[in-house]
Ligand binder design. Structure first.
Ligand code: EPU
Length: 433
């Protein structure tokens, strides 16, 4: 079956929406639980397919997963019997790289399929490998697997200076170093909220990590992590996506369960565009009643404007008065959705890393196709704002990272529904047995 979203656009959004746990924290914290010698309870897990896949990989390695409720699991890694992940499972997500750091740090060896994930151009792991090697591991790529092993089964603390600010490398090296012998310092580290969250998770299990959230992270190796319980932070990008949606459609929504500080980089840009944002302790009231104004956006590592909000903000700018410039400085290929927006009447020219967005009066509904997670979210926003009916296909990308997106938008008054259609392959199978 193929799932599609059918959207009848042009309705402003009103109501309240609850933000789920952060995907990019969850997909690192789950593998990091391999370091823990005891039962570790993880709360506020988003119910998305990337999390399901990470939990499947854990089970395949021998971890026992007990589902406590929709957003909470108990993970027990005391009986892990394998350091090799299934090729088929691990290659499907980028976050499977974290299994290398966790298995290597805990058991001194790891065999993990080269990671997959959203197609955003070249996604090298040279900085991860540099980190592991500096900590004393031997790393090779063979037969589609990354194989890493530590001399005498234990990594040795060291200083790692990252050549590029990488979220994944920072998290992976941090996980691997937690039980290394001696001290590790990661310099030029990424500072995203999920890096702080991962450090807080590991510290709550007995690790000794300081400086997460700055560009220098110091880790004092410990002998053992014990069980405990930890709640994942709210998803900054999911919250930003709902903010962008109400900016595009107009209306007023209350976004609940957020950390306002994490939202500043997004809030500031939307305010510049004429959106009103009222901040409270853990909520944001977002309103757009007047016209949208043009703005320039450049994506940067945190606390800059997040690349994971670039497609959504470009969609909003496509409806703003005047010409806006968007510069993507993190990924090489993150404008593939623009062709789909053009089908809806957007006027956007892309030249390598820059998109020139000429605001139009309105978009019109069309059959469109998601090409990755955030691109898919951007198309949902476009369809909600557009006049008429849109049909969005390849929504499996969207469901990798957005919990209950259809019902959350419906509760805001949007006319969106999910339908399942047999795909051609299924029909052929049905016809020919
Ligand atoms: N890079 C290297 N070498 C490396 C690693 C990265 O050159 O070894 C480069 C990349 O090519 C890129 C830049 O460094 O140009 C940043 O990459 P980073 O490592 O920070 O990205 P990532 O860890 O692979 C995570 C998120 C992405 C998000 C980026 C940037 C996860 C699972 N993924 O990817 O999220 O775009 O950080 O913030 O945490 C998404 O959620 O939609 C998504 C794609």
């Amino acid at each position: 079956m193929l799932t599609k979203y059918i959207v009848q656009g042009g309705k402003p959004l009103f109501g309240e929406v609850e933000i789920s746990g952060a995907k990019n924290a969850a997909v690192a914290i789950i593998p990091a639980a391999l370091m823990v010698d005891g039962v570790c309870r993880i709360e506020n897990l988003p119910q998305i397919s990337d999390v399901t896949l990470c939990l499947k990989i854990m089970e395949q390695l021998g971890a026992q997963i007990r589902v406590v409720n929709r957003h909470t699991v108990d993970v027990d890694c005391r009986r892990v019997h394998s350091t090799k992940t299934s090729y088929d499972l691990a290659r499907r997500i980028r976050a499977s790289t974290y299994f290398i750091g966790a298995l290597l740090g805990r058991f001194g060896q790891a065999e993990v399929a080269m990671p997959g994930g959203c197609n955003l151009g070249v996604r090298p792991i040279d900085q991860h490998v540099k980190g592991f090697t500096t900590l004393g591991a031997k790393v090779v790529v063979e037969g589609g697997f990354v194989r890493a092993s530590a001399v005498n089964s234990r990594l040795k603390g060291a200083n790692v200076y990252l050549d590029v600010v990488s979220v994944g490398a920072t998290m992976n090296i941090m996980i691997a170093a937690v039980m290394a012998e001696g001290n590790t310092v990661i310099e030029n580290a990424a500072k995203e909220p999920h890096i702080v969250d991962l450090a807080n998770f590991l510290n709550s299990m007995g690790a000794n990590i300081r400086g997460a959230g700055t560009d220098t992270i110091k880790i004092r190796g410990v002998e053992r992590l014990q069980g405990g319980s930890y709640a994942i932070i709210p998803d900054q990008i999911e919250a930003g996506t709902y903010m962008a949606a109400v900016a595009a459609t107009g209306g007023q929504i209350l976004i609940k369960n957020i950390i306002p500080k994490h939202m500043d980089c997004i809030t500031a840009k939307l305010v510049e565009m004429g959106v009103e944002v009222e901040e409270n302790e853990d909520t944001l009231l977002v309103r757009r009643s007047g016209p949208l104004q043009r703005a320039n956006v450049k994506t940067m590592p945190y606390p800059g404007f997040p690349t994971d909000m670039q497609p959504q903000i470009t969609t909003v700018l496509s409806l703003a008065a005047g010409t806006s410039l968007v510069t993507e400085s993190v990924w090489n290929t993150r404008y593939r959705y623009v062709d789909e927006l053009k089908r809806m009447g957007a006027a956007i020219q892309v030249d390598e890393k820059t998109a020139v967005v000429q605001g139009v009066d309105h978009l019109t509904g069309a059959p469109i196709q998601a090409c990755d997670l955030r691109a898919g979210a951007a198309l949902v926003i476009a369809a909600l704002a557009a006049q008429g009916r849109s049909e969005i296909s390849c929504v499996q990308y969207i469901e990798r990272g957005y919990e209950d997106i259809v019902s959350k938008f419906r509760s805001l008054g949007a006319d969106i529904r999910s339908i399942d259609e047999p795909d051609e392959q299924d029909q052929m199978t049905a016809a020919y047995g």
